[in-house]
Design a protein around this ligand. Structure first.
Ligand SMILES: Cc1cc2nc3c(=O)[nH]c(=O)nc-3n(C[C@H](O)[C@H](O)[C@H](O)COP(=O)(O)O)c2cc1C
Length: 459
């Protein structure tokens, strides 16, 4: 079968698929640092199938957008086109094929996750569940390999028995796939357990298909360690997850870079590609690790917006300028999609129209509740509003909470009016404080300038 763009999986340094980590900015940084191939985070077929492909001229990206809420399911760009492999979570050949056809002209390869031990995957018959059903796994791979224009691979784990592992790899290898990534641990082994490079070595010797060794991050501290693990496994290539999550410059031949330099480079890409703030924050947290305990780390943990994060790494001005530039160029973000395609879910979630401050009778402001800016409990917004009610002989404020995934938003009802922050918060209490903050601001009990100065209010 002639593939329009054949990706060679031999002698490659590969960024492993990592949920939340493997989004566009991290993939681009990994390539800049020296990775040859970068995998996306696992994307589930059902989510991708219903997404809409859009060119985003402001960012020069291709976006696959969830039409029900406008979120970006997958964002990619020309810089990575010949090196990005999309990892798919699937249990169904027809669905996987539909996704493959949707994305095949925007990516260099498609990988099927056959190693994820998480309950969500197993229950859906995806990930490591496929290891127990080799016939189904082979059917999915054969369907994709024979009908897509791009190379197809899979990522598996070893089985408890070596011969079973070899048999499985042989069974999958004849489906037409271009390579197999193998995590050198069994389904029940956790990341802290030692990997089994000897098993990979035995498998690699028994098959012809390129083997990509994975699972060696525990002992990867320098660039040379990547090649050491590859050699130990007798593999054709090496795939790195956690060592790259902590410091992606592990791919850099000239040596690892200091953490702050990595964060600076990463944040610039997040700004350039309008990466979601919660995703940016998660990745920076992974890089900072124990540095989160320092005063600067604690300040960082309070951040809610990309702008606030960027201020800490001296990228505040760049972030402001670039965000304005992107807005001027018409970067749609999520708003356009939400408004035109799914008002129902939008209303259910209580999302405001980004161009107005009032939506369905609720007054919204871009105010984040930053706990570190309050020195005493009596200054907390909810307390201030409660005290105000007592002094002016009004009913105390009451709160209702909206929840979306693991994030919260609250609406504060006070004196016949409803208030909410447009930011999603990590917990219910913070969401209520954010809503009270909006009420105080609108009622004139807090000055806009104070909130702008302490970074709570985004104009
Ligand atoms: C944050 C994180 C997210 C991950 N997400 C995925 C994923 O989406 N798909 C997948 O196949 N494996 C995923 N993994 C597993 C890794 O790809 C890899 O197999 C595992 O971490 C072992 O490699 P390492 O020793 O280099 O970390 C993830 C691992 C981490 C740490």
């Amino acid at each position: 079968m002639k593939k329009h763009q054949f990706l060679d999986y031999r002698n490659k340094l590969i960024l492993a698929p990592m949920v939340r980590v493997g989004t566009l900015p991290m993939r681009l940084l990994a390539l800049e640092m020296g990775a040859d191939i970068v995998y996306t985070e696992e994307l589930v077929d059902l989510k991708l199938i219903k997404s809409v492909r859009r060119l985003n001229p402001a960012l020069s990206t291709v976006d696959f957008v969830d039409p029900s809420d406008g979120t970006i399911v997958f964002r990619t760009c020309a810089l990575e086109k010949s090196k990005v492999v999309l990892q798919l979570g699937t249990s169904d050949a027809a669905r996987a094929l539909a996704v493959g056809k949707l994305v095949q002209y925007d990516v260099a390869g498609l990988d099927i996750n056959m190693g994820c031990p998480k309950e969500f995957s197993i229950k859906g018959g995806m990930g490591a569940a496929l290891l127990a059903d080799p016939a189904k796994a082979a059917h999915i791979l054969r369907t994709l390999s024979s009908q897509l224009e791009i190379p197809v691979t899979c990522k598996i784990r070893i089985l408890p028995d070596l011969l079973d592992t070899i048999r499985l790899v042989q069974q999958l290898a004849v489906t037409g796939i271009a390579a197999i990534g193998i995590h050198a641990r069994t389904r029940d082994e956790r990341p802290q357990h030692r990997p089994h490079p000897d098993v990979l070595h035995a498998v690699a010797s028994a098959v012809d298909i390129p083997i990509i060794a994975n699972g060696g991050s525990r002992d990867m501290h320098t660039y040379d360690d990547l090649h050491k693990f590859q050699a130990l496994c007798g593999a054709d290539s090496v795939m790195v997850a956690r060592a790259a999550q902590f410091n992606v410059s592990i791919f850099r031949k000239q040596g690892i870079l200091p953490v702050d330099e990595v964060i600076y480079k990463y944040l610039r890409l997040c700004i350039d590609y309008d990466n979601a703030p919660h995703n940016t924050k998660y990745c920076v947290q992974s890089i900072l690790k124990e540095l989160q305990e320092t005063p600067r780390g604690k300040r960082f943990l309070q951040c809610q917006t990309l702008q606030q994060i960027c201020e800490i790494w001296d990228l505040g001005d760049y972030c402001r300028r670039r965000q304005q530039e992107l807005k001027d160029r018409g970067n749609a973000g999520r708003a356009n999609v939400i408004l035109t395609q799914c008002p129902t879910k939008r209303q259910k979630l209580g999302l405001p129209d980004s161009s107005t401050d009032e939506y369905q009778g609720v007054i919204y402001r871009n105010v984040a509740f930053l706990r570190s800016t309050y020195t005493s409990d009596t200054q907390l917004p909810k307390m201030m509003l409660y005290v105000h009610a007592g002094r002016t002989d009004k009913e105390p404020p009451c709160y209702e909470t909206l929840r979306c995934d693991k994030l919260f938003r609250a609406i504060c009802s006070y004196d016949g009016q409803r208030y909410s922050s447009s930011f999603w918060e990590k917990n219910k209490k913070q969401a209520e404080q954010g809503a009270a903050l909006v009420a105080l601001l609108q009622l004139g009990h807090l000055r806009e300038k104070t909130l702008l100065d302490n970074g709570s209010l985004i104009s």
